[in-house]
Design a protein around this ligand. Structure first.
Ligand SMILES: Cc1cc2nc3c(=O)[nH]c(=O)nc-3n(C[C@H](O)[C@H](O)[C@H](O)COP(=O)(O)OP(=O)(O)OC[C@H]3O[C@@H](n4cnc5c(N)ncnc54)[C@H](O)[C@@H]3O)c2cc1C
Ligand code: SF4
Length: 488
């Protein structure tokens, strides 16, 4: 531990953000780097407590107290080695992780936690700036001659691919979209992660010898049979991209869309890529976003940046408490999630249910709503006489995901689905499926979740696939998987 009294002398300092008036005018990253002196101070707040709960709170088992200490001592090179030991892509988690490690930090019991995520991002940024992140192709004599197909190029597929390639297998990543990255590329807005950050990592992996095939929709081209014939093992990292829909009168009206249809178009617009479907835009419109999670927040940030006339974010459930109940430590607390985009404007509403939509000429003009109450048994009750209407020209449904898309590939494999709509595996910590040599990881296995979980599962699935292919594995088993599982 750098400074034994650091946590008594220094308070938590939030990550600096760009001014909100300025940042809504572009799609550049919202946050600014933290000055090095501040970082050192923040790292000094780590108490290196005997049992580092933060390390268990992180699904990757990141060695957080180690790298806090190394940053405090100015040993950045060693810090990145410690970080890369458990996390293939700290720049993704450093920018995007909701940091379940932080509510698990022991300081949270009576103070604010260490700024773990910011320190993680600073370590990897420094490493890239210094040129310390170089491709590490396995030596040719270590090649095993085994071929692995990774289907899906989100964080789970990328982590599995990198690990398996390092183990000496020949890895091909198949992606049905035209760019690699899964939700990192198409879904998550540029102001949360600029796409060159994803491409920088994919380029390194390409240099390490991984083959990436875009516009390759497995099940169609290549067919499932071709895939099985040509590969010794398959990792299913197909995500959970089937959006939950609403079944209310008027849903068919034009102007009501699943959030992902809008978000993918936004990423393409920002990248200057063509959009083939009918364009969905928030520009000049009164927008209503239904749902309260990451997807909803991303629709909100994009709507502001597009120049909407107004925007309301409405949620079915009651408003969560603004302050966490400290008694929940070290678990993830139930607390109102406020993202930087909520500071940029828009109205938030809770306890609202949608009863229908109406409009004219086939286009939505009004959303019909009713106020609700959450009963002690957890069920939602509609409050009679509280009906109201909202005028709107664009409604975005960000009300969750029902699991992987049931496409030809999954039909061919016939692995079935769990109650949550995910692909069944042979156990929580077992990534195999009923088909030998076919493993599943990430959102496809867990249901819609987080990037940190996707990377953790990709790593573990890779280790299991390596064992399946060679009877043993030297791949890291440092990561533990968190029993302090947040609600995701
Ligand atoms: C809008 C949005 C914002 C989010 N923001 C955050 C955030 O800020 N922080 C966070 O931690 N998490 C966030 N999440 C969750 C996070 O993005 C996911 O948990 C994570 O991306 C899951 O990774 P994955 O690799 O399992 O799947 P995905 O990232 O979904 O990737 C799956 C890929 O598989 C491809 N694919 C599917 N079927 C086939 C096939 N048959 N052939 C070829 N390719 C196929 C898909 O095209 C896709 O590219 C967000 C999710 C959404 C929807
Ligand atoms: S990956 Fe997420 S949970 Fe793990 S240390 Fe980083 S911010 Fe915390």
């Amino acid at each position: 531990m750098g400074d034994p009294k650091g946590f008594l002398k220094i308070g938590r300092k939030p990550t600096p953000k760009r001014d909100k008036v300025e940042r809504v005018q572009d799609y550049r990253y919202i946050y600014e780097p933290m000055p090095e002196d501040d970082l050192r101070d923040q790292a000094a707040r780590c108490m290196d407590c005997g049992v580092p709960f933060c390390n268990v709170g992180c699904p990757l088992g990141n060695l957080i107290p180690d790298w806090n200490d190394l940053v405090y001592r100015d040993h950045w090179r060693e810090a990145i080695d410690r970080l890369h030991a458990t996390n293939n892509f700290p720049e993704f988690t450093g920018m995007l992780c909701p940091a379940p490690c932080e509510p698990a930090c022991v300081l949270t019991i009576n103070d604010d936690p260490v700024t773990i995520k910011e320190i993680e991002l600073s370590i990897i940024n420094r490493a890239f700036d210094e040129g310390w992140v170089a491709p590490k192709p396995p030596p040719p004599e270590k090649r095993t001659g085994k071929r692995v197909a990774v289907v899906g190029s989100g964080p789970a597929g990328l982590a599995a691919a990198q690990q398996l390639n390092w183990a000496g297998h020949s890895v091909t990543v198949f992606e049905k979209d035209d760019r690699i990255g899964g939700l990192l590329m198409y879904g998550i807005p540029d102001y949360k992660i600029e796409k060159w950050v994803v491409e920088r990592r994919v380029d390194l992996m390409r240099e390490e010898g991984i083959e990436f095939r875009t516009n390759a929709y497995v099940g169609y081209d290549p067919t499932t049979e071709e895939l099985k014939e040509n590969f010794d093992a398959v990792i299913l990292a197909v995500g959970a991209l089937a959006g939950r829909d609403l079944d209310v009168p008027g849903r068919e009206l034009d102007g009501i869309h699943l959030a992902m249809d809008y978000l993918v178009q936004q990423n393409r617009r920002v990248a200057g890529l063509p959009i083939e479907e009918k364009e969905i835009t928030a520009k000049g419109k009164n927008v209503v976003i239904l749902g309260g999670g990451d997807t909803s927040a991303d629709c909100l940030g994009n709507s502001h940046r597009e120049g909407c006339a107004s925007v309301k974010v409405l949620t079915h459930g009651p408003e969560p408490p603004k302050n966490p109940d400290r008694l929940t430590w070290p678990d993830w607390p139930l607390v109102l999630q406020t993202y930087p985009v909520h500071e940029e404007g828009g109205e938030r509403g809770w306890s609202v249910a949608v009863t229908g939509f109406s409009g004219s000429n086939g286009r939505v003009e009004r959303m019909h709503c009713i106020r609700t109450k959450r009963r002690p048994d957890g069920k939602t009750e509609y409050l009679t006489g509280t009906d109201f209407e909202i005028e709107t020209e664009l409604v975005l449904l960000a009300i969750g995901f029902t699991g992987p898309v049931h496409d030809r590939f999954l039909e061919d494999l016939n692995l079935g689905y769990t109650e949550r709509g995910a692909i069944p595996s042979n156990g929580d910590e077992n990534f195999g499926t009923k088909e030998p040599g076919v493993l599943v990881a990430g959102d496809a296995k867990r249901g819609a979740s987080l990037i940190v979980w996707a990377i953790a599962e990709g790593r573990k699935a890779a280790r299991q696939a390596d064992q399946y292919l060679t009877g043993k594995s030297m791949l890291s088993s440092l990561e533990g998987g968190s029993p302090l599982n947040p609600t995701h």
